[in-house]
Ligand binder design. Structure first.
Ligand SMILES: [Cu+2]
Length: 323
């Protein structure tokens, strides 16, 4: 629910960075290096004009950068293993270059680690353990070979808002990329059927209602997981821009029911396809239901309208789920 605020803060931060760089360049004047640089074209100087662009810098979605606001996500393990789980170690380096050891918990945890292959399969949401030296560690296994994106979602102590940094790690082997599953409003996981209502609209807080059923019956006894009945991670197809959305209402607030509906307000940064991963807990286990949804052109209709020749390429879609 803080996403719009967070995004606008990012925007302000970005504008500040641009302003700072402009100021530095301006104060320094033409440096000897620049004077010697014969390839600097006259038009390059027009880029120094601090026009309206400096105040309308677009918000940058989370997770696209390894370094932001002085913080760096530093893997200390070169690769993931596709065999048995092996220790993954990483650190968050602070503006002083040292591992951050003090965090403000967000949703019961100091750091949420999301791992997903770059084709948006093999989603995992885990919680490493922090050592006294500031090194996070967890045993992790890549479900299959390929390039993985790791997202660390955390809030350093003393900072007023969370931060998501992302970094790639490979899992060596025979990479068999999967196409993005077709958009759909229903998915199944572990015998649960989850239905998605609502549409993603770029730049707008969009209401998404996820309804959980099991054996055809609505689930009304969802269990709180990390202080919420559901956690929704939204990743943009193409660059894996990251959104972490929490539902309206919290367990125990006297107005939020334990299912079957979990209501989110998600604001995606642009048109395009997204993969949605819903974590929910029931009967003592956390499940992940995954959907593809499209903002803008090509948004799926509320009910599919199959007609004409079968779309052969999509026949292989829909058999992938988050795990
Ligand atoms: Cu988490």
């Amino acid at each position: 629910m803080n996403t719009p605020l967070k995004l606008s803060l990012f925007g302000l931060g970005l504008a500040a960075v641009f302003a700072a760089s402009y100021g530095a360049g301006h104060l320094a004047g033409p440096s000897p290096a620049a004077a010697d640089n014969t390839h600097v074209s006259p038009t390059a100087h027009s880029g120094h004009n601090p026009g309206p662009a400096a105040t309308t810098a677009p918000a940058v979605p989370g997770g696209l950068q390894t370094t932001q606001d002085g913080y760096r996500l530093q893997p200390l393990t070169p690769a993931l293993s596709t065999g048995s789980p092996t220790p993954l170690r990483l650190a968050v380096l602070g503006p002083d270059g040292r591992p951050v050891t003090a965090y403000t918990p967000t949703h019961d945890k100091d750091l949420h680690l999301i791992a997903v292959r770059r084709d948006l399969t093999g989603f995992q949401h885990v919680h490493p353990t922090l050592g006294a030296d500031g090194v996070w560690q967890i045993d992790l296994k890549a479900p299959a070979a390929g390039q993985y994106r790791l997202f660390a979602d955390f809030q350093p102590a003393g900072r007023d808002r969370p931060l998501t940094l992302g970094v790639d790690l490979p899992a060596a082997g025979d990479y068999q990329p999967q196409p993005l599953p077709a958009p759909g409003r229903t998915t199944t996981v572990d015998g649960y059927t989850v239905t998605l209502d609502g549409d993603l609209v770029a730049g707008t807080s969009s209401k998404l209602t996820l309804t959980v059923a099991r054996d055809g019956k609505p689930v009304t006894d969802l269990q709180p997981y990390l202080a919420a009945y559901g956690h929704l991670v939204v990743l943009r197809d193409g660059d894996l821009a990251y959104l972490h959305v929490h539902p309206d209402g919290a367990p125990g607030d006297g107005r939020t029911t334990a299912g079957p509906q979990i209501v989110f307000h998600a604001e995606v940064p642009s048109d395009g396809a997204y993969r949605l991963f819903l974590d929910f807990q029931h009967a003592g286990a956390v499940r992940t239901a995954a959907f593809t949804a499209v903002a803008g052109q090509g948004a799926p209709a509320a009910s599919p309208a199959p007609s004409g020749p079968a779309p052969a390429p999509s026949a292989s879609h829909g058999h992938e789920g988050g795990h």
